[in-house]
Design a protein around this ligand. Structure first.
Ligand SMILES: [Zn+2]
Ligand SMILES: [Zn+2]
Ligand SMILES: [Zn+2]
Ligand SMILES: [Zn+2]
Length: 142
């Protein structure tokens, strides 16, 4: 089961030790763990990304960079009427709801995810391509 946590506005740095939060003035809010961070505990990137210094979040950032490369390649394949998965020549079926590229029926699947909004949880079914299915665990909150 995958969980996606929605954004909640941070007011102070929430990074630092488990027992002692940093509490310095906010520089940004991590797009992955949704915790606020100060200038010491995170990075604001030129393209608008905000990532804290936590290792899992840095790993996600690298995953996203790979994902962007994948999406660009999938778009090129779609333009040639090919499934977004490399080397697949099955007929196109539908779009992936996450990356919005088009895939064959074989490379799409309905996946149940657990979305967390504040204290509420909701089950949602999303249609994901093979590539996004393998990334779903990366969206999960710790
Ligand atoms: Zn983070
Ligand atoms: Zn801090
Ligand atoms: Zn996808
Ligand atoms: Zn395919």
């Amino acid at each position: 089961m995958t969980e996606i946590r929605e954004y909640r506005k941070a007011t102070r740095c929430e990074r630092g030790g488990r027992l002692r939060r940093c509490r310095r003035p906010l520089a940004g809010q991590c797009q992955y763990c949704a915790l606020g961070f100060c200038e010491r505990h995170g990075l604001l990137l030129d393209d608008g990304q905000q990532v804290c210094s936590d290792k899992p979040c840095q790993a996600k950032k690298e995953d996203v960079e790979r994902h962007l490369v994948f999406k660009a390649a999938a778009l090129q394949r779609n333009r040639a009427d090919a499934c977004g998965i490399p080397d697949c020549d099955a007929p196109l079926a539908r779009d992936c709801e996450r990356c919005l590229r088009t895939y064959c029926a074989e490379h799409l699947r309905d996946v149940v995810i657990n979305v967390v909004r504040g204290t509420e949880r909701a089950m949602e079914v999303v249609r994901l391509c093979h590539h996004c299915q393998t990334r779903a665990a990366m969206w999960a909150e710790h």
